[in-house]
Design a protein around this ligand. Structure first.
Ligand SMILES: [Zn+2]
Length: 177
C-alpha cells in the first residue's frame, strides 16, 4: 500500500470526519488507533515493527487527541498514543504519516519495557529516538523523498541546527545543502 493510498483513504478521511463530527465530543475519551488511522496495519514499515502482532497491537492501541503539545508522543504511563488535534488537522500529511511510523516504534519500545524518556541522553542521542527516527527515514527513503525533504521532516523548533545536523548525520541524511 503506497503513501497516496494511505493518505487518501485514512488520514484525509479521518481529518474530514473529525471536522464534520463534533470534535469536542471525543476529547478526553480514548479511541482505538485503527479507528483513526485505517490502513496503517498494511504498511510494511509498521509490520516490520510489530511483526505478526501488528493487527492485534493496532486494534488495542488507544489514541487520545489533545490540545496540549505540538505533535504526537507515547504516554509513558500506559503506552497510549497522544496526538495533537491541531497537528492532525493542519499538519503536513506526509509529516503526520512519518510521525506515525516513528511513534509506533515507541509503542513497541514501551511494550518491551524500555524507558522512552531516558534523561541520561539528550533528545537527539537517545537510543529510543534514533531507532524511531531510523524507521521513519527508511520509510521516507522508500517513498522516494529527497534528503532535503527528509531534513525538513527532521527539523523541529526545539532542535538546534547543530543537533539537527548531528541527528541527520547519524541517520545518513544529508542536511548540508
Ligand atoms: Zn520520538
Amino acid at each position: 500500500m503506497g503513501l497516496s493510498d494511505i493518505i487518501a483513504t485514512s488520514i484525509f478521511q479521518i481529518v474530514k470526519t473529525l471536522r464534520l463530527t463534533r470534535i469536542f465530543s471525543i476529547f478526553g475519551s480514548k479511541h482505538g488507533f485503527s479507528d483513526y488511522f485505517k490502513g496503517m496495519e498494511k504498511v510494511q514499515a509498521v509490520r516490520d515493527t510489530f511483526g505478526e502482532r501488528t493487527d492485534e497491537v493496532l486494534n488495542n492501541l488507544k489514541v487520545e487527541l489533545t490540545w496540549v503539545g505540538g505533535y504526537m508522543w507515547v504516554n509513558n504511563i500506559d503506552g497510549r498514543l497522544m496526538v495533537s488535534a491541531k497537528y492532525l488537522n493542519s499538519g503536513d500529511r506526509l509529516d503526520v504519516y512519518l510521525d506515525l511510523i516513528h511513534e509506533l516504534v515507541h509503542v513497541k519500545q514501551f511494550m518491551d519495557g524500555k524507558e522512552l524518556f531516558d534523561i541520561h541522553y539528550s533528545y537527539t542521542d537517545r537510543p529510543t529516538e534514533l531507532e524511531a527516527y531510523a524507521a521513519a527515514v527508511k520509510e521516507a527513503r522508500r517513498l522516494g523523498l529527497s534528503d532535503k525533504r527528509i531534513c525538513l521532516y527532521l527539523k523541529t523548533e526545539w532542535m538546534s541546527d547543530k543537533d539537527l545536523r548531528r541527528l541527520a548525520r547519524t541517520l545518513n541524511v544529508s542536511c548540508d545543502q
